[in-house]
Design a binder for this molecule. Sequence first.
Ligand SMILES: *[C@@H]1O[C@H](CO)[C@@H](O)[C@H](O)[C@H]1NC(C)=O
Ligand SMILES: *[C@@H]1O[C@H](CO)[C@@H](O)[C@H](O)[C@H]1NC(C)=O
Ligand SMILES: *[C@@H]1O[C@H](CO)[C@@H](O)[C@H](O)[C@H]1NC(C)=O
Ligand SMILES: *[C@@H]1O[C@H](CO)[C@@H](O)[C@H](O)[C@H]1NC(C)=O
Ligand SMILES: *[C@@H]1O[C@H](CO)[C@@H](O)[C@H](O)[C@H]1NC(C)=O
Ligand SMILES: *[C@@H]1O[C@H](CO)[C@@H](O)[C@H](O)[C@H]1NC(C)=O
Ligand SMILES: *[C@@H]1O[C@H](CO)[C@@H](O)[C@H](O)[C@H]1NC(C)=O
Length: 866
Amino acid sequence: MITCTTQLPAVLFLFLSTVKAFPFSVPLDLDVTPRSTTVFNDLSGCLRFRGSAVNYSTLLLEEGTGLLYVGARGAAYALQAANITTHTQMIDWEAPADQKQQCLNKGKDNKTECFNHIRLLQRFNSSHLFLCGTHAFSPLCAYVDSRQFKISSFVEGRDKCPYDPAKGYTGLVIDEQLYTASQYEFRSFPDIRRNFPNPALKTEGAPTLWLQEADFVGSAVIRESLSRFEGDDDKIYFFFTERSTDQSTDRHHAREARVARVCKGDRGGLLTLQKKWTSFLKARLLCSLPQFDFYFNTLRSIFVLQGSNAQNTVLYGIFGLEWKSLKVSAVCQFSMKDVNWAFEGPYMESDANSKWTQYTGRVPEPRPGSCITNELRARNINSSTDLPDDVLHFVRRHPFMYRQVPPLGQRPLLFKKSVYYTQVAVLRVQALDGETHPVLFLGTDDGWLQRAVEVKGRLHIIEELQLFKKPQPVDSIVISETQMSVYVGSATEVLQLPLSNCHKYMSCFDCVLARDPFCAWDGESCVEITSHTNRSSLTQDIVNGNHGCEMTRPDDLVQRSRSVVAGDDVLLQCELNSNLAVPLWTLDGVELQGYGLDSGIRIGTDGLLLIQASPDQSGQYCCFSVESGLRVPVINYSLTVRPDIPPPPPPIKTTLPPRTAPTPRTSLHLRNDTPDPTNPPIPLPLPPKSEFLSDRNMVTLYLSLVTILGGLCMVLTVVLLYVSFCLNGRQGTYSVRAAARKQRKKKGQMELKTISRHCNGKKPDAMDAEDGLLQIIPGAGQTLQNSDHLPPAPPLPPPTSNPESYNGLSATLPSVLRKMNGNSYVLLRQDSTSPLYYSFTEELNRILEKRKQTQLPLTTPDESSV
Ligand SMILES: *[C@@H]1O[C@H](CO)[C@@H](O)[C@H](O)[C@H]1NC(C)=O
Ligand SMILES: *[C@@H]1O[C@H](CO)[C@@H](O)[C@H](O)[C@H]1NC(C)=O
Ligand SMILES: *[C@@H]1O[C@H](CO)[C@@H](O)[C@H](O)[C@H]1NC(C)=O
Ligand SMILES: *[C@@H]1O[C@H](CO)[C@@H](O)[C@H](O)[C@H]1NC(C)=O
Ligand SMILES: *[C@@H]1O[C@H](CO)[C@@H](O)[C@H](O)[C@H]1NC(C)=O
Ligand SMILES: *[C@@H]1O[C@H](CO)[C@@H](O)[C@H](O)[C@H]1NC(C)=O
Ligand SMILES: *[C@@H]1O[C@H](CO)[C@@H](O)[C@H](O)[C@H]1NC(C)=O
C-alpha cells in the first residue's frame, strides 16, 4: 500500500503535466544559477532603516534633493539617500480611533486592514508631495509640504486609492494630474482614472467592460510630445494581469498579462464616451517559451527602462503562473517599439458568444484610440471632444488589440523554477569596454536580492544576497546612480545596499569571472571602476568572463600536507567560492577522474575523497576551480599514505558491504529506528528512467480511470488543495539556495559529491535534493577547513546491525555512501535525460524534507582517521 504522501504527489505531478505546467525541462541557458551566494550573516555594507512603523512598501527617490521618501503603515518618512540611517524625518499619519472602529465594525482584519497603509507617494509640484492611504478602509489623500515634511491639507481618497491594502494598485502624478489604476472597492469594476484636473476620466464599466478583474502592478509615462514633429501626446502606460478575453481557452490559462495606454491630453468624448477615455487601448504582453507552446500568465512586477526616446525604451516584466504556491518565475523583456506595433495593428472584436476574434471590417477615420496629433489638428480636431461619433463608438467596442507584444529575443531572459521573484529594477551600466549593459536587481518573496547582468540577450546572475534573517518578501526596489545604492522596501525595514561590492573578489580570476560591470582588477585588488580615473590599467571581461588574468602572478597557493594510514578514508578539502565552478584535481600533475564507482576516489564540490587510501596514492594533489574555461589553482596537498600498521580494524569497516558496482536501480529508505527486516522501509523510487516511466504509465492509466469515473472536478479540487497545502510548506531553510547548486550538473554517469556544512557559506541543510542531486547531511560533524589536524577521534560507535542504516537513511545506495572524517555528508547524483525527472525529484525533496523533521541528530562519530 502506498501512502498518500507518496502517491498523491505523483498523481498531482502527472496531473499538472497534463495541463501543461512543466512537461519539459527548462532550456539550461534560461535557468541561470547565481554565481555567488551571500547569506545574511556574511552580508556587508548594508544600511538598515527601521522606524516605529511597518510595511515600508512605497518608495520615492529624488536624486535632486538626495531624499528617499518612504510610505509605510501609519507613517511616511523622508530619509537621506546617502545614508538612510541618518537625519530621518517622519509624518505620523494613522487613522483615528473612530475610523478604526468603523473599520472593525465592517468586519475587517484588525491586524492589516484597519490601518492607514500609504499606497501612493508622488511629487505633486515643486513644494508639495501627494500621498494617499487606505486610512482604515476609507481612503484619504493629503498634500505634504516637502520642505517642512508636514501634511498641509487633506483631499478625498475614494476613487484614488484602494480600500484594501493588498489590492493591486498603481498611481502617478504627471504634470499635476493624478492617474491611478485599481479595483478601488470590493464591488467596483477595476478602473484606470485621471482624477484631476477636470474632466476626470475613467474606463468604461458595464456593459462593455474594458478591464476584466484587472490586477495592476505598474504604470509609466512616456514623453512623446517632446521633439516629435507629429505633435504627438505623452502617453501613460498601465501594466496588469486580467481575465482572458478568450473564454474558450482552458481555465488554467484564464488570466493574461496586459499593457494598456491612454493619452495625457485626452478630454473624453462630447456625447459618446463622455468622461471616459477616448484613447484607451490594451494589448497582451506575451512571455512565453514558444518551443513548448507555454506561457506565463501573470505579471508581478514591471520596470520601464527609459531609453533616449520612446521607441528604444525597454520593459522588464516578472511573470509567473496563476498557482501562487508553485515557485516559478520568468523575466521577459519587451521593446516599446513592439508595444506600439501592437497598438497600431488590427483590433479585436467580440461576437455574440463573447469570443474575441480579429476585427476585419472597416475602421473609421481618424484611427480610433489615437492621440491628437498635428495631422488631426489640421483637420480641425483639436481635442478628443471633437472626434466623430463613429470613431468613439468604435473605440468603446474595440479597446483590445489583435497583435500580442512578443518578448525581445522571442523568449524569456530567465526562467526559474524554484524562485519566486516579486520585484525588478534595472539600471544601464557602462562597462570598461564602453558597452552599456543592463543590470537587473531581482527581489524574491523570501528576501533575497539577485544582481544580474544582461549580455547579448542572456542573463548572468552575478550574485544573490540574503537580505533578511527571517524570510520576507522584497516589496519594492529603487536604484540611485548618484548614491551608487539600491534601496529595498519590505514589511519590517528599508535597506540600502551598494550597487556592487567588488572588494569581495579576492583574486584577479575571481574579479574577472564575476562579470560584474561595476568591478575590474587593477593589478592589486578588485575595485569599482567608477573610483578609477585611469582605466587603462584595469582588467574586466563582461562578455566572456575569462580574459585578462593570464599574466597575473597566481597568489601564493596554500600548501598543506597530510599523512594518513593506508586503509583510511581521506577528505582533501577544496572549497570553490563560485556556484558555477567545477572542481578538478591532479595527482602529480595528472588529472584525476572521480566518477567511476570503483576508482576509489570521489570528487565533490568541496573536496576530494579517497576511499581506503593506499600507499600508491601518495603524492602532490592540486585542486583547481574550472569556470568559463579557466583553470584556477585553489589549494595543494602533499599526501603521504603510510603502509598499514595493523591495529585492530575499526569494527564498522567490517560491517561495510562489499563494494560492488551498484545496480542501476537506486532507492532510498526512510529511517527505521530499529532496523527490522520484517518491517521493510517504504521504498521511494528514484530515477531509473525506464522504471520511472512505467510507473508513470500505470499512474496515468489510473488517473484516466479516475478522470472518467469520478470526474475531473474532484481531482482538480484535491489537487489544488494539495498544491497549496504541500508546496507552501516547502519554503524556509530548505529553499536556501538549493538553486545555487543547480548548475552543478554533469551529463553522464553517477557522480558523487560532497558538500561541507559551511558549503560556500550556505546554511547547512540537513537534507537537500535538487534536480537529481541528493545530499544527506547529518547533524554532527566538524569541519576540517584550515586544519591539518583532526580533533581526537571520538569513541567508536557501537557496531550497527544494519550496515546500510546510515544517518537515518538506510539505503541501497552505493556502498561509498559513508561518513568520513567527521565531515559529514554525501551527495549523490544520477543523471537522467527524462524531462519528467526534474519535477519528480522535487516531490522527492519535499518528502525527504518532511521526514527530516522526524530524524534524530546523528552523533555517530567517524571511523576513519588521519
Ligand atoms: C551611516 O550613518 C550611521 C549613523 O550615523 C553611521 O554609523 C554609519 O557609519 C553611516 N554609514 C555610512 C556608510 O555612511
Ligand atoms: C484583533 O482581534 C482579535 C480578536 O478579535 C484580538 O484577539 C486581537 O488582540 C486584536 N488585535 C489587535 C492588534 O487589535
Ligand atoms: C503646489 O500645490 C499645492 C497644493 O495644491 C499648493 O498649495 C502650492 O501652492 C503649490 N505650489 C506651487 C509652487 O505651485
Ligand atoms: C481648432 O483650433 C484652431 C486654432 O487654434 C481653430 O482655428 C479652430 O476653430 C479649432 N477647431 C475647433 C473645432 O475647435
Ligand atoms: C505588513 O507587515 C506585516 C508584518 O510586519 C505583514 O504580516 C503584512 O503582510 C504586511 N502587510 C502588507 C499589506 O504588506
Ligand atoms: C594609466 O595607467 C597606465 C598603465 O598603468 C600608465 O601607463 C599611464 O601612464 C597612466 N595614465 C595616467 C594618466 O596616469
Ligand atoms: C601546486 O601544485 C601544482 C601542480 O602540481 C604545482 O605546479 C605548484 O607548483 C604547486 N604549488 C605549490 C605552492 O606547491
